[in-house]
Design a protein around this ligand. Structure first.
Ligand SMILES: Cc1ncc(COP(=O)(O)O)c(C=O)c1O
Length: 463
């Protein structure tokens, strides 16, 4: 019952009690009025209906589980070792200068030194002049860049195509904007005689094509992909690009792992394909670029007419980012842009450093009896854990999806934490992720060895 009805009831009670003194009617109306007021009160404390249906995210649940059970955590995607020294020095310098303005609000759409550095870097990478003032925005992590993009470019009822498995915040963001997510999964091809790689996870061309229609507003892609590590090829991106052009759709390209690509694979920016600059918003993250996830420093670049819509959302939610963090990121980019083609460049060192960790993890998982998919990029690995299914008792876990049961069992019983990949699928496709677990390998070698020891010890305890 709404407030208007509640008020009407109160007025009626007053009138009746003053004219007829019919006590029974009065007390009945009072009861109705009280219950109406109560239901209004309950509404006061409820999540607005447009957000209902949003579940606790996998991160909230699994971070709490890590705190409770203290497993070796290969769940969350961050390094468990320090970032490169020059980037820590950049932050120290940015925070310890006599220039007091570095501790005050900076330009809302991006700290001038940083947007200049981002524009310079990506102008070089995508082969067109990017305007630092109108075509770049800096955000609180790539997360906020995604939020501003999705909110700023989704009309109520618009369809947004999301490729599965996907970074889990895409779906609620689309729904909050009033959009309708349309899921299209990458499917694992049959492979025999070798381990699968992330290149074996492919889109069915027809399935993708049939997801597009006149209601399609945009498609969200993520290359290299989290959690799979798939690096989309030029042919795959061209197919997506052609569909975007055919249906006049936008492309939201989450490229936060752009520098973490293992040879001979190559990161291709979809914005560089013919006719795509004008319809692509590309998103990046300093967290992934410089190994500083705690800085929550992101950005987006796109043509000025598309950027205006992101600016509108950003201006009225966050308004401005953190000045010293932006200054430090600018210093980092200025250093790297001068040595992009050299081995010294951190962006080139990072995948080399991670490749041996990737290979170590793949062996470790094979030895434990799982079947990993070898990633072409990023720092996550999916592994099929079902060869172990008959050896473990998951009946103590009550979740719907069996990857949740497996990862919870593993955290609690053998002290190793991974993430359940069904969290990266829409409701109707969760079964596609259930046979897998996601582990992160941007971890100290000694911790990867500890994970190996844990798995071997567990395996040898099996009858
Ligand atoms: C694919 C993807 N996009 C976006 C983000 C969010 O990045 P940030 O930490 O910069 O907000 C992440 C973080 O893990 C990610 O994996």
């Amino acid at each position: 019952m709404n407030i208007y009805i509640t008020k009407q009831l109160s007025t009626s009670i007053y009138r009746i009690s003053n004219s007829t003194l019919n006590q029974s009617i009065v007390s009945n109306l009072r009861a109705i009025s009280t219950s109406a007021a109560m239901s209004n009160k309950n509404r006061t404390f409820e999540l607005p209906s447009r957000y209902k249906g949003t579940k606790e995210s996998v991160w909230t649940e699994y971070i709490q589980m890590a705190l409770d059970y203290k497993p070796l955590n290969l769940g969350q995607g961050f390094p468990d070792y320090p970032p490169p020294k020059y980037i820590m020095d950049a932050l120290a310098k940015a925070s310890n200068q006599s220039d007091y303005m570095l501790h005050q609000y900076t330009r809302g759409f991006g700290h001038p030194r940083l947007v200049a550095a981002i524009a310079k870097l990506y102008s070089k990478l995508i082969g067109r002049e990017i305007n630092a003032k109108t075509e770049v925005i800096t955000t609180i992590g790539a997360y906020e860049a995604l939020f501003s993009t999705i909110m700023g470019h989704t009309e109520v009822g618009d369809e947004v195509i999301i490729i599965e498995p996907f970074y889990d915040c895409y779906e609620p963001m689309v729904r909050y904007a009033g959009g309708i997510p349309k899921f299209v999964p990458l499917r694992l091809k049959e492979v025999s005689g070798r381990l699968p790689t992330s290149a074996d996870w492919v889109l069915d061309k027809d399935e993708l094509e049939s997801a597009f229609n006149e209601k399609t507003k945009s498609i969200i892609i993520n290359t290299p992909n989290n959690p799979l590590g798939k690096v989309f090829t030029e042919a795959e991106l061209t197919h997506i690009a052609n569909l975007c052009k055919k249906w006049n759709a936008l492309c939201i390209s989450d490229e936060v792992y752009e520098w973490i690509v293992y040879k001979p694979n190559k990161h291709i920016r979809i914005a560089t394909l013919p006719g795509m600059w004008e319809r692509t918003i590309t998103i990046g993250s300093a967290g992934k670029t410089f190994n500083v996830t705690g800085w929550k420093m992101g950005w987006a670049y796109c043509p000025a007419n598309l950027m205006k819509n992101l600016q509108m959302i950003h201006q009225n939610t966050v308004y401005t980012g953190v000045t010293p963090i932006q200054e430090a990121t600018a210093i980092g980019f200025e250093i790297e842009v001068e040595r992009l083609d050299s081995d010294e460049c951190f962006f080139n060192q990072l995948p080399k450093e991670l490749e041996s960790k990737r290979d170590y993890m793949a062996n470790m998982l094979v030895n434990a009896g799982m079947k990993p998919t070898i990633p072409e990029g990023g720092y996550f690995m999916l592994a099929d854990w079902t060869p172990l299914e008959s050896k473990i008792d998951l009946s103590g876990e009550k979740d719907m999806q069996k990857d949740y049961k497996f990862t919870k069992w593993m955290t609690k019983s053998i002290g190793l934490q991974g993430i359940p990949p069904s969290a990266f699928y829409g409701e109707s496709h969760k079964n596609l992720g259930e046979n897998f677990v996601r582990y992160c390998f941007i971890k100290k070698d000694e911790n990867l060895q500890k994970a190996n020891d844990i798995l071997l010890k567990w395996k040898s305890s099996l009858k």
